[in-house]
Design a protein around this ligand. Structure first.
Ligand code: PXG
Length: 286
C-alpha cells in the first residue's frame, strides 16, 4: 500500500496524487516549498516553517489557498494518516495550472498544494563521527536582486549547480559565496564556524536561507552560555576556523573536517560541534 498524499484540499492515495503537465511548478519552477522533520510523531518547529513558507509565497506574489491554521491541520492529518513517527514532510505550493507562457496571471485556477510525509534517509552515525569534507564552488548564491536567497523557491538549479561541483570534487557539500565574495551557505545547509570559543555564522543578508535548524542551534547555543555572533565570513575565515559545521533539516548538525584540502581544527568534529549536535538531538526529540 502506498502513502496517503495531501493534494489540494484532501488526502488521496499515492497512485492518484498527480499534477498537471501544465502546472507552472513543473514548467517554470514557479512555487515554494518546505522540508520539515517529524520527531516522535510531532512536526518540528511547525510555526517557523509555516512562517517561512507564507513569507516565501508573499515575496513571489503567490496566494496560498489554505490559511496557516488550515495548513498546520493538513500537515498533522498527513502525518497521522501515514503513521509517521520519525520522518520528513515535503510541503509544496506551486503557482498551479496555467498555459505555455511564463505569465503567472494565466494560472487562473489558483495554487496547487502538495504534502508528502514519509520516511527520511539519515546519514550514518559514522559520518557524524568522522565529519564531512567540503569544497568552495564557483557557482555564486543568488544575487539579492534576483530571486532572494531567503525565498525557499522551487528554483533550485543554482544550488544543484553547486552540488554538482561538490560531487565532481568528491566532497559532501559545496560552500557557496555571494556576489561580494563572502560566505553565503552550503547548497542545502547553513554554515557555522567556531573561532576562539565564539560561534560565528554569516548573516542571512550574506545570501542564505534563514534555516530553521540554524535558528534553533543559535538559540540553544546561547542558552548553553556560548557567545554567538553573525558577521561576514571570507574563505580565509573558514580555512583557519577552529571548528566548522553545517546545519539543516536533513543533516541536523554535522561537523566539517576538511575544506579545499585544508584540515579544519584537528581534523575531527570539534567539541562545540559535538556539544551542539547533542543538545540539538535532545531538543528535537524532547
Ligand atoms: N540552505 C538551503 C539552501 C536549504 O535548502 C537550508 C539552508 C537549511 O534550512 P533548514 O530550515 O532545513 O534548517 C536548506 C534546507 C534535502 C533537504 O533533501 C534540504 C533542505 C531541507 C530539507 C531537505 O536535501 N534544505
Amino acid at each position: 500500500m502506498g502513502l496517503k498524499i495531501w493534494l489540494q484540499d484532501r488526502l488521496v492515495d499515492e497512485a492518484d496524487a498527480k499534477v498537471s503537465v501544465f502546472d507552472h511548478g513543473l514548467l517554470y519552477g514557479d512555487g515554494v516549498f518546505e522540508g520539515i522533520r517529524i520527531y516522535g510523531g510531532k512536526i518540528f518547529e511547525c510555526k517557523a516553517h509555516l512562517d517561512r513558507l507564507y513569507e516565501s509565497a508573499k515575496v513571489i506574489l503567490l496566494r496560498v489557498p489554505l490559511s496557516p491554521e488550515q495548513m498546520a491541520e493538513a500537515l498533522r492529518q498527513t502525518v497521522q494518516a501515514n503513521r509517521i513517527e520519525d520522518g520528513y514532510i515535503r510541503l509544496v505550493v506551486t503557482r498551479g495550472i496555467g498555459d505555455l507562457g511564463i505569465d503567472p496571471n494565466n494560472c487562473r485556477h489558483g495554487a496547487t498544494v502538495i504534502i508528502i510525509a514519509s520516511a527520511i534517509r539519515l546519514y550514518s552515525e559514522e559520518f557524524y563521527e568522522k565529519g564531512m569534507k567540503v569544497v568552495s564552488v564557483s557557482t555564486i548564491r543568488n544575487h539579492p536582486l534576483s530571486c532572494p536567497p531567503q525565498v525557499k523557491s522551487m528554483n533550485y538549479l543554482n544550488n544543484i549547480f553547486a552540488k554538482i561541483e561538490a560531487n565532481l570534487a568528491g566532497a559532501g557539500e559545496a560552500i557557496m559565496y555571494n556576489h561580494l565574495g563572502y560566505v553565503a551557505e552550503a547548497s542545502g545547509d547553513n554554515v557555522f564556524v567556531v573561532k576562539d570559543g565564539v560561534l560565528v555564522a554569516p548573516p542571512v543578508e550574506a545570501g542564505s536561507l534563514n534555516g530553521i535548524t540554524r535558528q534553533v542551534v543559535m538559540r540553544l547555543a546561547r542558552s548553553e552560555g556560548i557567545t554567538v555572533i553573525e558577521k561576514n565570513l571570507t574563505r580565509f575565515d573558514l580555512y583557519v576556523a577552529d571548528e566548522m559545521f553545517l546545519t539543516g533539516t536533513a543533516a541536523e548538525v554535522i561537523g566539517v573536517v576538511e575544506m579545499d584540502g585544508r584540515v579544519i581544527g584537528d581534523g575531527k568534529p570539534g567539541p562545540l560541534t559535538r556539544q551542539l549536535r547533542k543538545v540539538f538531538f535532545a531538543y528535537a526529540r524532547s
